[in-house]
Write a protein that binds this ligand. Sequence first.
Ligand code: AHR
Length: 334
Amino acid sequence: MKLRRMVYATLLLFALIWETACTPEYVEAPGQTPAAQADPPKKTYADVIIGFAQLGAESEWRVANTASIKETAEELGIELRFSDAQQNQENQILAMRSLIVQRVDVIGISPIVETGWNEVFQEAKDAGIPIILLDRRADVSEDLYVTYLGSDFLEEGRKAGRVMAQITNGQAKIVELTGTPGSAPAIDRYKGFRQILLDYPEMRIVDSQTGDFTRARGREVMEGFLNTYGKAITAVYAHNDDMALGAITAIEEYGLKPGVDIKIVSVDAAAVAFEAMIAGKMNATIECNPLLGPQFFELALKVINGEDVPKWVPSEESVFMAVDAAEILPTRKY
Ligand code: AHR
């Protein structure tokens, strides 16, 4: 037994000596300096082509978002290939395929709805084109996009719930105007609001229907709510300011006072909401920041240059009440 162990130990020793003696030392090839092995030079904004597949122009928010992207590209001297899908997922998928064929360096996209992206995202990945989600998330595996730049929609819904409790003293019969069905903000603002309502048994949602994030649909749906429930409605929770403004028109036409007879809380914090608050027709708006152009291109350049970026870059957002609207309106940029 002892002899066998001694034999193994000797063999091991020989193997180690052999390995050390035969491993060649690293020798620099003639003319190969450390500088020649350095990383390739970093690209600048002037060297890149960036694609952006926007979902539409349905709201004040979206118009401000598009302007921020286009203006920032121009300021930075970036070649931007931009398309507007007019609220249609198929158009947005076609736009992505076109950007893949054009071999842009990065594709930015605000997915209109959460699902249905696996195939085209995989095509972009196979073509070596990174995807940055801007504003809205997509329900895909994390390896199909590099980062998401945008809001915490769930928290926006919670903030709306807390503010609603505050302005109604926890007692309300609420109608809800939801955003585009299947979209990330509509799903999360719906959920977040209900999480808060669990603590307020006297706050009830009487009805909830989509206004598709547009003023025209918000007005139509609110007309329907008023025809069905009339004066029983004491509050509106709108998933964006545009639908809230549509609801305000419907309430006035019905002969009630928006902001007084029916309290109104919405999301976005667009300048038009501040004007409505100053006029006493709306009570609060939760900020959702659309001015994402500068952060988007900064992230895109980092990604192109192989730098690490976080999987989620959240936007910083506040809550604005009617009482502060006049003071804050002049500082609003959208
Ligand atoms: O995705 C953000 C939402 O989309 C905004 O709240 C809404 O106004 C827009 O249409």
